[in-house]
Ligand binder design. Sequence first.
Ligand code: GLC
Ligand code: CA
Length: 530
Amino acid sequence: MADTLWWQHGIVYQIYPRSFQDSNGDGIGDLEGIRSRLDYLVGLGVDAIWISPFYPSPMADFGYDISDYRGIDPLFGRLEDFDRLLADAHARGLKVILDFVPNHSSDQHPWFHQSRASRDNPKRDWYIWRDPAPDAGPPNNWLANFGGPAWTWDSSTSQYYYHAFLPEQPDLNWRNPDVREAMFDVLRFWLDRGVDGFRVDVIWHLMKDELFRDNPPNPAWHDGMPSIDRLLQVYSCDRPEIHEVVAQLRAVIDGYPDRVLIGEIYLPLERLVAYYGEGLEGAHLPFNFQLIFAAWNAGEIARIVRDYEAALPQGGWPNWVLSNHDQKRIATRVGAAQARIAAMLLLTLRGTPTLYYGSEIGLEDVPIPPGRVQDPWEKNEPGLGFGRDPARTPMPWDGSENAGFSTATPWLPLNPDCEERNVARLSADPASILNLHRRLIALRRSHPALNRGDYVHAHVEGDLYAYERRSGDERLLIGLNFGHRPQRLTLPGDAPEGRLLLSTALDREDEPVHGAADLRAAEGVIIRLA
Ligand code: GLC
Ligand code: CA
């Protein structure tokens, strides 16, 4: 079996920097805080951290509105702090992946200041400016994510500018070669400092229709859905020209050894896999979010895995994501019992897993009182459940004040059960979901069948989903019970004997298995077949 690269056999851990660890008592996490928790991550067993944006930003979208691509927001520290974090991470064998946000800058970026200064400013064309429609309204019907129109009128130059997200996040014009060069230079700036790769924000958005045609209405839209979904995003993103840009980003990364390019892409499967590039010259890992939207049952999950495996291009490396800073937490979506099944699924499927901070302790969405709402989406479209604050709350570390996250009141409330659900408490409980993650990760690291082997579908029967991972002579059978009733997992006819390596209940290690294993409600097992 060919050797795999770190981003193939490794595990990525996503850190939302505002919420991981505060080091200076302002209630907001920072780089020095992350640095102080590196040993925790090493103990957990992950291979890489992806850190959501920490660049200078007015924080209209909490760092996804960048006013300087080459700095650190003072809230998070200084460039020296970043260099120290990177060095300390590397010294522990941890890779560091940055969040790169090329689709839009902040409206406070000097580029946009210049661009909006006058129609003949050299940077005018760095953003997307259009004349009004004949009726003086916006140039087309495109809508913004987080609510409202995607065009904002600039009265001083009498044109509209385009923003796929907030008005404070004007889209850069990726058809302009100078924009591309400037952004490639940003990548090199961080690559030269030693970062190991990038997660590219909304990569499928970078190119828009050249003719700016209207998006068609979405016949499936109904009240209660985000207003952006009134239209199908046919012309505003995922245009054919995007793949050339992705290949250029990849070429920049490939100028450095052993780096990774990850793309954030919310698209149906057949369009998602196009982002690997026809000759694999695209993203190494187009994020696969299918588990986030899956109905949580054995048949559906098995179908997703089968279809994804089948859709991958030859040589394209798979990846799996259960949650991130934009989505409801996995433990909230599926409940505490199934969160253990989810962990076993994520860490035994073929392909790179990304683990969102807090998942490993079973953290749930935290209700945010109206007065403490931070997310602009919740503020623009309130009360519909779109707000992302609940999934961004501080990491609870121990039983001390503010759960060890900060000496001050945290920027978002802690989980109400933080006295029991914190890293210290769960570490001490051998059966905790945290220790389940540690065991699963350790097992994945030490078994090539799990971290790089083949995936072989076994069967789906009612609430039971079973599959094998194979490498060389090793065959591991994974059985996951998605239901509330016991299930019998039958071993394959050609390998009827085995030994139980791990159960989600953490209490059946080393049990011999003859012919079949009896799974309890919501239990998952990993069996080494003899
Ligand atoms: C991505 C980010 C999200 C952000 C948006 C705009 O989807 O993950 O948090 O709000 O892009 O940058
Ligand atoms: Ca701080």
